[in-house]
Design a protein around this ligand. Sequence first.
Ligand SMILES: Cc1cc2nc3c(=O)[nH]c(=O)nc-3n(C[C@H](O)[C@H](O)[C@H](O)COP(=O)(O)O)c2cc1C
Length: 321
Amino acid sequence: MRTRLTEILDVEHPVMLAGMGGVSYAELVAAVSEAGGFGSIGASTMAHSQLVEQMGEVRERTAKPFGVDLLTAAPQDFESKVRDIAKGGATVYVAGLGVPRDVVDLCHELNLLVVNMCGKVRHAIAAVEAGCDLVVAQGTEAGGHTGTVATMALVPQVVDAVDGRIPVVAAGGISDGRGLAAALTLGADGIWVGTRFIATPEAQAVPGYKDALLGLPEDGTVVTRAYTGKTCRVVRNAYTQAFEEAGGTPEPFPMQVLRSIEDGANHLGGDADARDVDPDREFMPAGQGAGAITELVPAATLVERFVDEAEAALARAGRPV
Ligand SMILES: Cc1cc2nc3c(=O)[nH]c(=O)nc-3n(C[C@H](O)[C@H](O)[C@H](O)COP(=O)(O)O)c2cc1C
């Protein structure tokens, strides 16, 4: 399935694995890239040395393109980090929070495409003006840090605002190929998928996380500041309930992250085998699409299914009644 996204990323399928902190490590990233999608390392919870190690592991597993998501737009020693990302073989740098204005030119010198996550039309316009190469329009349905506008409403508005200058990728609540078909129909060039890829054998996840997703109904998530201080969509549990009942006032990001770690409720990016994880208190970012997840499926199979189901859905939609 060729689109502007597959052209610019030099991949076969317009399916991107979200750079999920604590989840998108080398094994999952390489599986998605090797299957013809585009894998992104979620580096937000990694020390820089671990990121370098993970990039090496991706390169051992696949020769295909992959990216790195750093979450913040201006970490310490930003320039040297960006140089290391290019040196590690990544072809895309994703800024999860804010437009990375200061390093766009440097990224381009290093042949790194720059991607910006956007929850509002004005974020997308700022990203285009700063010289970013792609925007991800992420609706409120998404797992993790999220805004208030739904994917169905956001994507066409971002597509219109960007006006063909760069490709737009849709994210938030996409669980199968019907979501890819919908994204293309709304004018996007592909999809950026998080939650669905957590329920794969290759994803890293604390004990109980994948099981929680398999059992979750469509309304089993909540947007809370309990774990990071910023609005984040997670599996609703006793910890989020207690936080809301207590008035829901967090410390600012990232202090609230430390608070939830101290509370023993946040192991994201920590030891995947942590024994002290209580699934009813744990930080488990998840989107509303989780309700559609019924089984663990290998990442490569998911990439193929996304494309096959999208083609079938588009053919069905185009058929006269
Ligand atoms: C566990 C988890 C961790 C995430 N971490 C990040 C992150 O570090 N940086 C980022 O840009 N987005 C992050 N996100 C958001 C994803 O990039 C993506 O936009 C979202 O998962 C898409 O919606 P979906 O989960 O409904 O597919 C995270 C999402 C999840 C579920």
